[in-house]
Design a protein around this ligand. Structure first.
Ligand code: NAP
Length: 326
């Protein structure tokens, strides 16, 4: 996979990055159900051996657990991949989220991440969510301070609007925006993606397979057997009335994917990467075999004919959703 320059930074990253959300395992509000650390570590190793050069994580994934797992995997790697982690989602003793963009909190968070990841500096440090809104300037100034001190190489943000990006940019350059982008999450195509493209902000597209929905592996049977603590049970995209409409789309995508010799997961990721504003897709994985499949999407260029077919399916899908949701 050819690397791409991330926004205005000097980071050159592969078009596929490994996402570690599900590696947080259980014991927190957005768990993906049980996940063995040994599987996570094997997945990280497989990803890096196969050519992926960057990993996205966050302290909130499993309340520090995902970062600890990434740190264990990194110990055996030289050179290590580029590491992106996040700040601003803190929690209390019961695990309730406390959004915090105060300077002292971010300075304390970065020390914890450096220790868990066992690195001297974090390559990309991202504000996870823009909350509380009134503290964005304080939080972003703290990230700029950490860059000046060498604890962090570049700063990025996540889930920010254009207005929030502008506020951050007036203080310090924003290297990247991490934002959800998939065939069924496209509103940002109109304004946010073009804004970032013009302003040298790299886009890291998260949940490109819509949390696994666009792989073809989510079925009604799979949903019925999903562990109680897999948060997707409560996700409106994984429950009716939306689920049936999404599954109808996935059926069509699976046939199209088979016709062009790829899998539905690869088609979904390659579709997100076709947008010139997108630098890299963050692809979540919990098993080496999943990674083996999805990494190939980084080298797939979809033909105009395929893109037109997808566009037609997405138009029908939007109409079907509107018919049900109004
Ligand atoms: N900044 C933010 O607020 C934010 C929010 C969400 C995500 N992210 C980042 O983006 C990353 C990716 O997003 P995501 O994990 O939400 O969603 P995703 O990449 O769309 O989906 C990942 C899930 O799909 C399933 N999967 C993966 N490969 C598969 C394959 N080959 N065949 C079948 N199923 C497969 C796995 O779950 P199952 O096997 O259990 O189905 C996996 O956990 C995260 O890990 C995280 O690093 C950031």
């Amino acid at each position: 996979m050819k690397t791409r320059k991330l926004g205005n930074s000097d980071l050159h990253i592969t078009p596929i990055g490994l996402g570690t959300f599900a590696m947080g395992s259980t014991g927190w509000h957005a768990s993906w159900g049980p996940q063995k650390d040994s599987d996570s570590i094997d997945t990280i190793k497989r990803a890096v051996e196969s050519g992926i050069n960057w990993i996205d994580t966050a302290p909130i994934y499993g309340l520090n657990h995902a970062e600890e797992v990434v740190g264990k995997a990194l110990k055996e790697m030289s050179p290590r991949p580029i590491i992106a982690t996040k700040c601003s989602r803190t929690w209390d003793e019961e695990g309730n989220i406390i959004p915090n963009l105060k300077r002292t909190s971010i300075r304390s968070e970065v020390e914890g991440s450096l220790k868990r990841l066992k690195v001297d500096a974090i390559d990309l440090y991202q504000i996870h969510w823009p909350f509380p809104d009134e503290d964005i300037e304080e939080g972003w100034s703290a990230v700029a301070e950490l860059i000046a001190e060498g604890k962090v190489r570049y700063g990025g943000v996540s889930n920010f609007s254009i207005d929030q990006l502008k506020r951050a940019q007036s203080i310090h350059p924003v290297a990247s925006l991490q934002t959800p982008y998939s065939m069924i999450r496209r509103k940002l195509e109109k304004d946010l993606l073009p804004y970032c493209e013009v302003n040298g902000i790299g886009i890291l597209a998260y949940s490109p397979m819509q949390k696994g929905l666009l792989t073809g592996k989510i079925t009604l049977e799979r949903m019925a057997g999903l562990p109680e603590n897999d948060h997707r049970r409560m996700d409106p995209n994984f429950t009716e009335p939306r689920l049936a409409i999404h599954l109808d789309l996935v059926n069509k995508l699976e046939t199209l994917a088979a016709d062009i010799g790829v899998t539905c997961a690869q088609l979904s990721i390659a579709w997100a990467l076709r947008n010139p504003a997108v630098t890299s897709a963050i692809v979540g994985s919990r098993q080496p075999e999943q990674m083996k499949e999805t990494i190939k999407a980084g080298d797939i260029a979809l033909s105009t004919e395929t893109l037109n077919a997808v566009a037609e399916y997405l138009r029908e899908h939007r109409e079907n959703l509107q018919g049900v949701l109004g």
